[in-house]
Ligand binder design. Structure first.
Ligand SMILES: Cc1cc2nc3c(=O)[nH]c(=O)nc-3n(C[C@H](O)[C@H](O)[C@H](O)COP(=O)(O)O)c2cc1C
Length: 252
């Protein structure tokens, strides 16, 4: 019988093994002892640890693989991992556009009536979840935009996250045509925000701030009012084409 501590554990039991496990010289022994039942002595446990493992009939051998973290090095330089070969970007603007296009996004129509004229900008760079307190969303606008210098003067901007029924409307709202709204049902709020009817999400916003970002400006919008229609599915922009959302798994 060994000595027992206050809780009835053997003094040479679990705590003793933990102490040994901290000692690198004794770690192998301690590991073996942890696997061994308490009645075994440390020598018997170490013997068992050195013995080859028995396998159940039909069981596959267990191979211990070292897990490699994906490396940002081009594959091949480190023996090759499951990493796509990276290409230096240089000034390949087309490659950058193609790459950015593979990020799926929603599409928002940002619109208002300014000086009695309805103006609109379509933005796939629109993002929510930027801040909850205060409630902020953002989008990036090209420096070459003709609509933004006018739109930004509006007291309130309407943001409509376009639905899958808005594919043609989206193209029309983005086109530089005299009346981008022709035939597209919209609602004007009391403060001049213009909302596209049938959108899954409507926001009424004001401009919170603008920050230069290369050839675009980042525009932060503060959300003042909102409306949602969860039954309306959003339009998805991916690979320079419009798509629809589908459940990742079909129901059984
Ligand atoms: C699907 C789609 C997404 C677009 N996303 C953006 C965007 O995020 N930012 C932007 O400045 N322009 C974007 N545009 C282009 C603008 O909607 C608009 O066509 C462009 O600014 C020219 O019009 P404007 O000079 O009146 O602004 C997008 C166009 C389409 C069709």
């Amino acid at each position: 019988m060994g000595r027992r501590g206050p809780r009835g554990a053997r003094a040479g039991g679990l705590r003793g093994r933990r102490r040994r496990a901290r000692d690198p010289a004794r770690r192998g022994l301690a590991r073996a002892a942890v696997r061994a039942p308490l009645r075994d002595g440390p020598r018997a446990a170490a013997r068992r640890a050195r013995a080859p493992r028995r396998r159940l009939p039909g069981a596959r051998p267990v191979t211990r693989r070292k897990h490699r973290l994906p490396s940002l090095e081009p594959s091949g330089s480190d023996g090759g991992g499951p990493v796509t070969r990276l290409t230096e970007l240089g000034d390949d603007a087309a490659a950058l556009r193609r790459t950015f296009a593979l990020f799926p996004s929603g599409v928002a129509a940002i619109a208002a009536e300014v000086d009695g004229v309805r103006r609109v900008l379509v933005a796939s760079s629109f993002q929510v979840g930027i801040s909850a307190d205060p409630p902020l969303v953002l989008f990036a606008v090209q420096r070459t935009s003709e609509s933004w210098p006018v739109l930004r003067r509006a007291e309130r901007l309407g943001v409509s996250v376009l639905g899958e029924a808005h594919e043609d409307a989206c193209r029309q709202l983005a086109a530089r045509e005299p009346d981008r709204f022709a035939g597209i049902p919209v609602t004007r709020t009391a403060r001049g925000a213009v909302l596209v009817d049938g959108a899954p999400v409507h926001l009424e916003c004001s401009v919170e701030g603008e920050t230069p970002a290369g050839d675009h400006d980042l525009v932060l919008l503060r959300v003042h009012a909102l409306a949602t229609d969860p039954a309306a599915s959003p339009l998805v922009f991916h690979g320079s084409t419009f798509r629809r959302l589908e459940p990742a798994r079909t129901a059984a």
